[in-house]
Design a protein around this ligand. Structure first.
Ligand code: NDP
Length: 488
């Protein structure tokens, strides 16, 4: 029996300040990954025509929006923040039911969305340029910033509130207008965020949302001549493709992609702290974070003790529907993602990894209707194995044993990604060596790999990003162009 959701979770596209039906008449229906008999809601399976209308609306709204003061734009964002805050419970519940993360995590993410909006609302009153001394004594020279224009925001399903907001809020405060294409798998949650903008009475056209397949709607954003900036988070394959398209039409682009994040546990580490952080970094959100801990590189002298403590805690993890109070880890987001995780577990076994715990889909009782997988730990993993190299996006940890810090850092760097990395040590020399030699955009000491603060730049090295950074003040660099002004 399929459990129907209430009609308030059936959304249309948001174009020119109104909720409008998609032109194809078809919809995408989302089911709860913890119980696939439960319908969560639906969004239109839109066409290129819908996207073109949204871009046109954003284009028309540009001149009046960028003509407002930053302070006035900020007032709108403060209002959106208040509305989002007042809807936290409903939005968090929708998120849990739509993409599976636990309700406390979903509430935390929604609170973060509120904080992001308030942070960028304040940006409307901060400086945008520098005064530069001219060699001409009768001239004034300074820089100011202009918005890019219409910005396309293409987002993944793993943070359906925070990521659309950490891209859209800075885009808007600096005077751009926005068209969002949310991930299909979490589009209902994103629609509820967009509805906060409608409720706040933001001018029509400044923010639009068009749902539908990435291969149609995302592709059209990437190729549309009037989309002057593209901010993307998702897989490397799609990101690189979007980057090429943006480049060929001359648009600015920013790509945040995968990670294969290491944690190093030194011989002098606080092992209990390291165990907690490894599990939290690797298994929260079912390992579906680009900053998730994946490779655990441990000094041989503490390896056995660390392993024992880790396994003990991993085996205590309660997997279940994220709406239940005692669930610590929810399901994978989709059947596809579940099969990807199981595929990697199989590769790990076939290539000689030793499965210490987990490794299977959970199918008994309440698990039968969901995409649940056991928290999984491997050992005897060498750096060249598939599970040590490729992003899994599941609750799978690979233990690796080393004899010194140099070897640990060498292994930590031996992947195509460079998003986040952490070390556990009480030795300042080791901390400094790690900070200096680790090739990652986010380097963390005595803290899990998956911690991101909204006021700091975020992004990766190597294949993890397009060398751009988002969030914090870095967002200003992406969402504006610098204009140098010379006045004689
Ligand atoms: P994708 O890269 O396919 O999806 C990310 C976004 O891009 C979605 O909105 C998607 O739309 C859209 N998209 C898909 N194809 C195109 C296209 N041709 N042109 C423009 N936009 C497109 O990631 P998946 O959701 O399929 O996840 C696959 C893997 O990617 C994961 O297993 C994980 O390894 C990685 N990933 C990394 C994330 C991160 O935070 N860095 C986040 C999500 C995934 P639609 O949803 O409609 O397909």
């Amino acid at each position: 029996m399929t459990i129907k959701t209430d009609q308030r979770n059936n959304f249309n596209n948001f174009i020119d300040g109104e909720w409008v039906e998609g032109s194809s008449g078809n919809v995408i229906t989302n089911y709860n990954p913890a119980n696939i008999e439960e319908v969560v809601g639906s969004v239109p399976e839109s066409t290129e025509e819908d996207l073109d209308r949204a871009v046109e609306s954003a284009k028309q709204a540009l001149s009046s929006w960028k003509g407002l003061t930053g302070a006035a734009r900020g007032q709108y964002l403060y209002k959106v923040a208040d509305i989002l805050e007042s809807r936290t419970e409903d939005i968090a519940e929708t998120m849990t039911r739509e993409m599976g993360k636990t309700y406390p995590e979903a509430k935390g993410e929604t609170a973060r969305g509120v904080a992001i909006l308030r942070y960028y609302a304040g940006e409307g009153m901060r400086e945008v340029g520098d005064v530069i001394p001219s060699t001409d004594k009768d001239a004034l020279m300074f820089t100011t910033r202009s918005p890019l224009g219409v910005v396309g925001v293409i987002t993944p399903w793993n943070f359906p509130v925070a990521i659309p907001l950490w891209k859209s809020a800075p885009a808007l405060i600096y005077g751009n207008t926005v068209v969002i294409k949310p991930a299909s798998e979490a589009a209902v949650t994103c629609a509820k965020v967009v509805d906060c903008f409608k409720e706040a009475g933001v001018p029509k056209g400044i923010i639009n949302m068009v749902t539908g397949p990435g291969s149609v709607i995302g592709e059209r954003i990437a190729t549309h001549k009037d989309v002057k900036g593209i901010s993307f988070t998702g897989s490397n394959k799609v990101g690189k493709h979007i980057g090429q398209q943006a480049l060929s039409k001359g648009a600015k682009y920013q790509l945040e992609m995968g990670g294969k994040n290491p944690v190093i546990v030194a011989e002098d580490a606080d092992l209990d702290l390291a165990v907690e952080a490894t599990i939290s970094g690797g298994m929260k959100s079912t390992g579906q974070k680009c900053t998730a801990t994946s490779r655990v590189i441990v000094h041989s002298s503490v390896y056995e003790t660390f392993k024992e403590k880790l396994l003990h805690k991993v085996q205590e993890i309660k997997v279940g529907n994220g709406m239940e109070d005692d669930s610590w880890m929810g399901p994978s987001v989709s059947e596809n993602q579940l099969h990807t995780v199981l595929h990697y577990i199989n590769e790990g076994k076939e290539e000689g990894g030793k499965l210490l715990t987990g490794g299977h889909r959970l199918t008994d009782g309440d698990y039968a209707q969901g995409y649940f997988v056991e928290p999984t730990v491997f050992e005897n993993v060498s750096s060249d194995m598939t599970i040590a190299q490729e992003e899994i996006f599941g609750p799978v940890l690979a233990l690796m044993k080393v004899d010194n810090l140099e070897e640990a850092i060498e292994i930590a760097n031996d992947v195509e990604y460079g998003l986040s990395a952490s070390i556990f040590t009480t030795n300042i020399q080791k901390m400094l060596a790690f900070m200096e030699h680790m090739d990652a955009g986010l380097v963390r000491v005595n803290a899990e790999s998956a911690g991101v603060e909204l006021q700091a730049p975020f992004g990766g090295m190597k294949s993890s990003s397009s060398h751009s950074r988002e969030q914090g003040q870095a967002a200003k660099e992406f969402f504006t162009n610098i204009k140098t002004v010379f006045v004689k």
